[in-house]
Design a protein around this ligand. Structure first.
Ligand code: ADP
Length: 549
């Protein structure tokens, strides 16, 4: 028997319409390249989005067409975030930090019809433009610092009336490529329904918990897993939005000047911003929560934010393939009376699956997968399913490497899950170090290294070894206080927590750890530099080992 409820499609047009009708006065603030702030309200955004829909129609955009953006986090990018999917086309934000060769492959595979380019990137876009000229109509550009470019002209010439006509919630709305930390980037094609449901899930009180009173700052780029869904979640909640543009000179200033209450970004962003935020503690008093994900957040940094700055850290785990939110680490009511060290330990875990996400811990057997217990000890592959998890990659036939026969997505992350359902990522399967047949978790070693006050950054990689298969090597960035005994000190610290064979064979001291296009430690680059090009390692600007034994 069917229920008697409306067949009401879950589309992004509903989010836009609700946000702009109920919260028309809410503000979108953008940091412009010249350092000034551009502001307008949702009502203005709404009118511009409708004009943009008419512009896109005039330019020949049809349902299902992929429309790329090559842009930073700005109000125009936000307009494209709504106009493209709401008229039935597919928004494809390009990762501006990928190489022109990678981007050429991606644009060709996506068969993008148009590319919207932010004036902040016009120069670097040239290298790509030459390569994709033959297959794409390229349309420049967004409003530059002092001149109105054609984007603004087209908008002002367009009609402001447009009626959304997107009825099928299963239509594609966005295409995002993984950042390719391990392996080549792969396309993930979201639907209106998946993004709508992810938005509702993200806005629950125990998930991101955004409210109408918030001012939300997504530092996470709009090309990284749809800025973690924040452009949609913030507007559905009716929050003000602050967009940091291409290169904010000071995150602390931006937070202070615009009264940000919730900000989101990868751990490296928060590690770098910490000293400045600490100095400006009095000016950032409204900041109540920082959403962190993409990489493990070191417990020492969680503690520093919570105790020194009074900012709650929401440590989340997710993947482009999961729209991206999968789990979130928050203390439960029953944890409140635990000793502080125990609290930081729990918060440094990746957390419980958010409502709507199902997880299992699996070990591969000869005839499929065996489920492992949630006892906090058994290590297995994390597998997921949810209304916002991909069931295949764009233009790639599903293979058993990524999707199981019984309908689960294989995350490629190795993890434990405890009896309360808290996930702890041990490593990516591809990053797990295997020494003498035993697994060593690079994340666990890095977490302990980062507890030392003289260690700023740490990355542990497995170097091929004739006898053991692989051996761990730690690459670290120290503060100026570190002296020549630092290797021995670090070794001692690790020995107190880990078996002897886990202790890295070598500590290499560098000025900076190479980062991926979304700001994670680039272990592939580190490995290549350590194993392949030893001389390049010595010469490299960011990777110059210093003599500390
Ligand atoms: P890529 O796989 O190319 O890096 P994503 O940005 O989608 O692209 O990365 C997803 C991966 O990032 C996860 O599979 C996991 O390995 C890692 N990750 C995300 N959040 C966390 C976290 N909080 N702690 C540890 N690892 C994380």
């Amino acid at each position: 028997m069917y229920g008697l409820m409306m067949d009401y499609p879950l589309t992004l047009a509903q989010i836009l319409e609700h946000a702009c009708r109920i919260h028309a006065d809410k503000q979108v603030t953008t940091l412009l390249p010249n350092g000034t702030l551009h502001r307008y309200d949702y009502a203005t955004l709404y009118e511009r989005v409708k004009r943009l829909a008419n512009v896109l129609t005039e330019l020949g955009v049809q349902r299902g067409d992929r429309i790329a953006t090559y842009a930073s986090n700005t109000y125009q990018h936000l307009e494209l975030y709504y106009a493209i999917p709401c008229l039935g086309a597919v928004l494809h934000p390009l990762n501006v930090r990928l190489s022109p060769t990678q981007l050429t492959q991606i644009v060709r595979e996506a068969e993008d019809k148009l590319v919207f380019v932010d004036s902040a990137y016009i120069a670097q876009f040239q290298a790509l433009r030459d390569k994709i000229d033959s297959i794409s109509t390229v349309y420049f550009g967004l409003k530059s610092e002092d001149t109105d470019t054609c984007y603004e002209q087209l908008l002002s010439d367009a009609r402001s009336a447009y009626t959304w006509d997107i009825r099928d919630e299963n239509s594609a709305m966005g295409l995002c490529y993984t950042s390719g930390t391990y392996g080549e980037p792969r396309g993930v094609l979201y639907t209106h329904r998946s993004m709508f449901l992810h938005t509702l899930a993200a806005n629950q009180a125990d998930v991101f918990g955004l409210t109408e009173a918030d001012v939300v700052l997504p530092i996470v780029p709009m090309f990284h897993a749809m800025a973690w869904g924040l452009p949609y979640a913030s507007m559905f909640a009716g929050a003000d939005i602050v967009l940091p543009g291409a290169k904010p000179t000071s995150i602390a200033d931006l937070i202070a000047d615009t009264g940000v209450t919730v900000a989101a970004g990868v751990p490296t962003v928060w590690a770098a911003a910490y000293p400045e935020l600490r100095k400006r503690r009095a000016n950032i008093a409204r900041l109540r929560r920082v959403i962190v994900g993409g990489e493990a957040m070191p417990p020492a940094l969680i503690e520093a934010y919570e105790t020194e700055l009074g900012v709650e850290i929401c440590h989340a785990w997710g993947m482009t393939e999961m729209s991206p939110t999968g789990t979130l680490s928050k203390l439960r009511a029953g944890h409140q009376n635990l000793p502080d060290t125990e609290k930081w330990r729990i918060k440094a875990k990746q957390g419980q699956p958010i409502p709507g996400v199902e997880l299992r811990l699996a070990a591969e057997t000869t005839d499929g997968f065996k489920e492992l217990p949630w006892d906090g000890e058994a290590i297995g592959e994390l597998q997921a399913r949810s209304p916002w998890t991909a069931n295949r990659y764009y233009k790639i036939e599903p293979t058993p490497e990524h999707f199981t026969n019984d309908g689960w997505f294989r995350t490629g992350d190795m993890a434990t899950i405890d009896a309360e359902g808290y996930v702890q990522i041990v490593d990516r399967a591809k990053a797990l170090i295997r020494s003498g047949g035993e697994a060593i978790s690079s994340i666990a070693l890095e977490t302990t290294l980062l507890k030392h006050p003289y260690i700023q950054e740490a990355a542990v990689v497995g170097i091929p070894d004739e006898k053991w298969g692989e051996r761990p090597v730690a690459v670290v960035v120290c503060t100026e206080e570190a002296d020549e005994n630092i290797s021995a000190t670090l070794e001692k610290q690790l020995i107190s927590e880990f078996p002897k064979f886990w202790i890295p064979d070598k500590f290499i001291f560098v000025d900076e750890i190479p980062k991926t296009s979304v700001g994670k430690s680039d272990k592939r680059a580190i490995l290549m530099q350590l194993t392949g090009v030893q001389t390049a390692l010595e010469k490299s600007r960011i990777f110059s080992p210093t003599e500390k034994k």
